[in-house]
Design a protein around this ligand. Sequence first.
Ligand code: NAP
Length: 229
Amino acid sequence: MFKRLAAASLLFATLAANADTVAIIGTGDVAGALGPEFAGLGHTIVYGSRDPERPKVRALVERSGDGARATTPAAAAADADIVVLAVPGLLVEEITASLGDLSGKILIDPTNPLRRGADGELEHSVPTSNGEIIQAAAPGAYVVKAFSTLNWRTMVDPDSSGGPVSIPLAGNSPEAKETVAELCRGLGLEPIDLGAIRNARWIEGMLIVWINNRYTDRPAFEFHLRRSD
Ligand SMILES: NC(=O)c1ccc[n+]([C@@H]2O[C@H](COP(=O)([O-])OP(=O)(O)OC[C@H]3O[C@@H](n4cnc5c(N)ncnc54)[C@H](OP(=O)(O)O)[C@@H]3O)[C@@H](O)[C@H]2O)c1
C-alpha cells in the first residue's frame, strides 16, 4: 500500500514538474479554448477526434503549438498523461468506456449533463453527476471535475469577467487536483478545491442556474467563488 502511494506521489510530482502530453477528446468550443492555452504552458496537445483529418481539426492543431496533432480518441488517450473529456455531456459514459484503459491518468471532466425539460428550461439530467459517472467508467483514473462552470470565452480571457475567476475542483485524489490546479493557475484562473468527486453534482448544478438565465429573458449574471481565508 505504502509503495503504491509513494509511486502515485512520484507520478504526480513528475506530472506537475514536467511538460505533459495532454489529450483533448473532442474538437469543439472547449477543446478549442483549452488546447491552445495548455500548449502555451508548454504541454504537447493531441486531439482525439472522430474525424481527425477534417479542415476544422487541422486548423485547431495548427494553433496548438509545437508537436500538436490529431488522431482517434482512443489513440490520443493512450499517449497522454492527462486526458480532457471535452465532449457532449450526455455521452460521457460511452465515450469514456471507448477510450481503453485510463488507469493512472488524470482525467479532467469539464462536461455538463444538460437536457431541455418540457418547459424549455435546461435540467441536470443524471441522478448523480458526470464526474461520478466518468469515475465509475474509469475506476483506475484520477478524475477531476474542472472548467465546467464557465463559458469557453472566459477560459481564454478571464480578465473579461472583471475580477478573479474561480474554478471549482472535485476529485478523490488531492495530488491530481493539485496538478489540475496548476493548469488553472497557468491560465490565470483561481482553483478552489471542493472535495471529493461526489461533489461534482453540486458543481454541475452551478452551470444550470447560470445558463438558464443567460439564455432566457431573465437577467443574465456572472458568479464566481471567492476564497475567504
Ligand atoms: N461551450 C462552453 O462554453 C462550455 C463551457 C463549460 C463546459 N462545457 C461542457 O463541455 C463539454 C464540451 O462542450 P463544447 O461546447 O466544446 O461542445 P461542442 O462544441 O459540441 O464539442 C463537443 C465535441 O465532442 C466530440 N464528440 C465526440 N463524440 C461526439 C458525438 N457523438 N456527437 C457530437 N460530438 C462528439 C466532437 O469532436 P469531433 O467531432 O472532433 O469528434 C465535438 O467537437 C460539454 O459537455 C459542455 O456541457 C461547455
